[in-house]
Design a binder for this molecule. Structure first.
Ligand code: NAD
Length: 477
């Protein structure tokens, strides 16, 4: 049975769009259509932006405590509806149900964090930098924010975006991915009972809807989590109005393993960090760089760990570690990377073969003997595929790690404190883990170097990104 959803939630009201084309939302574990979601057109985007604009003045006049209370009430609402939201997420992404339930709890906690953070946001202390004049700093909201999210963690990405934007006193129009709009539309319906109308608007749709939002004359700032190509298109469009942008783009995380690393701990962690969410994670541990002397030992520990992962759909009743990739197209894309790597001489250490059946499953795959400049080493696969390469010294490891266009996250595995600190200083990545990989904390920033984008999600840095620093100077003589 397929459900028909709203095309948008605008001004606190669900809006249909009878004339619109619709897009099918799928269950990637079965290939079945689960919903027909209308595409919000330019008129609806216009309405959503108008609604956000008219809500702005009174929202920005709320006190930080009031915004904290609103965001906490929304977090409570997510928890009250955790099973429904989690099942919707598992159905639309194919991820394990418990993981989806945990993500709902995570999204709620992120909203609570940003509610609290609203109350400690401050400018620098006032001072007389010029005789007879007092200067002080305000951090004002930017205005109406257009936000665009991807399909890998739909609800969590929505929380990462709306939490800091609303906490800082902005109003929002958010467009979820056309592949996974269901949980975000439901979040907007739940929010309509809590937030004043117009503070949070959601429009469903594809890249065209995203473009209508990001190019809208009355949107003051555009925030994207997505691919580099989408980030570049949004950035070019933003140039016309010199709009603020906030870009969380792809990643290609290196994992640098020195000869003194704890290999058992490494293998246990990579089993999770490389294959979490079927590898569809911008921080996935996907380029394993190993000191030549321990290469065989690392594979001896890693291969059985990876082969123990259980792949399957969320509603089979069987325990699983990872689900399918998001779409048939994504499965084809991932296998395309594997096939081209093999054609170029790569060795499949485990996985790699195409699965039959209707779901979009890909076996966890390890590729060895890959060239330093090969496509699979330099481009983001965004699936359960990792490469293993050898290095002989620290400088070579660093050059290999930094030698890609991405700069989101990296990890270093060594018991040598000096080496780990030296490496973390020289690695050009927004997050560096030492003897760990993938763990995030809501209190700590997430964001990249280089083509992984700029601006921070999570932490008080995210809230600052949604403000304009204003200098006020008064004559006091
Ligand atoms: P995508 O770029 O295809 O789509 C992302 C969003 O942008 C979708 O909502 C899409 O509809 C919209 N979009 C597409 N074209 C647009 C345009 N011209 N103007 C405005 N919006 C447009 O990315 P995806 O395939 O949904 O997600 C996977 C990508 O996201 C990967 O590259 C991954 O690394 C990245 N990602 C990054 C982070 C991070 O924090 N850095 C987190 C998650 C995912």
């Amino acid at each position: 049975m397929t459900i028909t959803t709203a095309a948008a939630v605008i001004d606190g009201q669900s809006r249909a769009n009878d004339k619109a084309t619709s897009r099918a939302a799928m269950d990637p574990s079965t290939g079945e259509v689960i919903a027909e979601v209308p595409v919000a057109d330019g008129t609806m985007v216009d309405d959503a932006v108008r609604s956000a604009r008219s809500a702005f003045d009174s929202w920005t006049d709320t006190t930080p405590l009031e915004r904290d209370e609103y965001l906490n009430a929304l977090a409570d609402k997510l928890i009250e509806n955790q099973r429904e939201l989690g099942d919707l997420e598992a159905r639309n992404t194919g991820k394990p149900r418990q993981v989806a339930f945990d993500e709902v709890a995570g999204a709620a906690d992120q909203l609570r964090f940003f509610g609290g953070a609203a109350r400690v946001l401050e400018g620098k202390a006032a001072r007389e930098y010029v005789r007879g004049r007092t200067s002080f700093i305000r951090r004002d909201p930017v205005g109406v924010i257009g936000q665009i999210t991807p399909w890998n963690y739909p609800l969590v990405m929505a929380a990462w975006k709306i939490g800091p934007a609303l906490a800082a006193g902005n109003t929002v129009v958010l467009k979820p991915s056309e592949l996974t709009p269901l949980s975000t539309l439901r979040l907007a319906e739940l929010a309509a009972d809590i937030l004043p109308p117009g503070v949070l608007n959601v429009v469903a749709g594809d890249g065209g809807t995203g473009e209508a939002l990001s190019t809208h004359q009355d949107v003051d700032m555009v925030c994207v989590t997505g691919s580099v190509g989408t980030g570049q298109r949004v950035l070019r469009a933003a140039a016309d109005r010199v709009k603020r942008t906030h870009l969380e783009l792809g990643g290609k995380a290196p994992v640098i393993v020195f000869k003194d690393a704890n290999i058992d701990r490494l293998a246990e962690r990579l089993k999770v960090a490389s294959f979490w969410n079927a590898g569809q994670d911008c921080t996935a541990a996907c380029r394993i760089l190993v000191h030549d002397s321990v290469y065989d030992d690392v594979l001896a520990a890693l291969v059985p760990a990876v082969e123990s992962l259980r792949v399957g759909g969320p509603f089979t009743g069987e325990p699983t570690d990872l689900g399918p990739v998001i779409s048939a197209l994504q499965r084809e894309r991932v296998h395309g990377f594997i096939d081209r790597a093999v054609d170029a001489g790569a060795e499949i250490i485990t996985g790699g073969s195409a699965r039959s059946g209707s779901g979009y499953f890909v076996d966890p795959t390890i590729l060895g003997n890959v060239g330093a400049d090969s496509e699979v080493v330099r481009s983001e696969v965004f699936g359960p595929v990792i490469t293993v390469q050898r290095f002989t010294d620290e400088d070579q490891a660093l050059a290999m790690a930094n030698g890609v266009d991405y700069g989101l996250s990296a990890s270093v595995w060594t018991e040598n404190l000096g080496r780990s600190l030296r490496m973390s200083r020289r690695l050009q990545f927004g997050a560096v883990w030492l003897n760990d990989h993938l763990t995030t904390a809501d209190e700590m920033p997430h964001g990249g170097y280089k083509m992984s984008g700029y601006g921070k999600d999570l932490s008080t840095y995210a809230i600052e990104d949604y403000t304009v620093v204003k200098h006020i100077m008064a004559r006091i003589d």
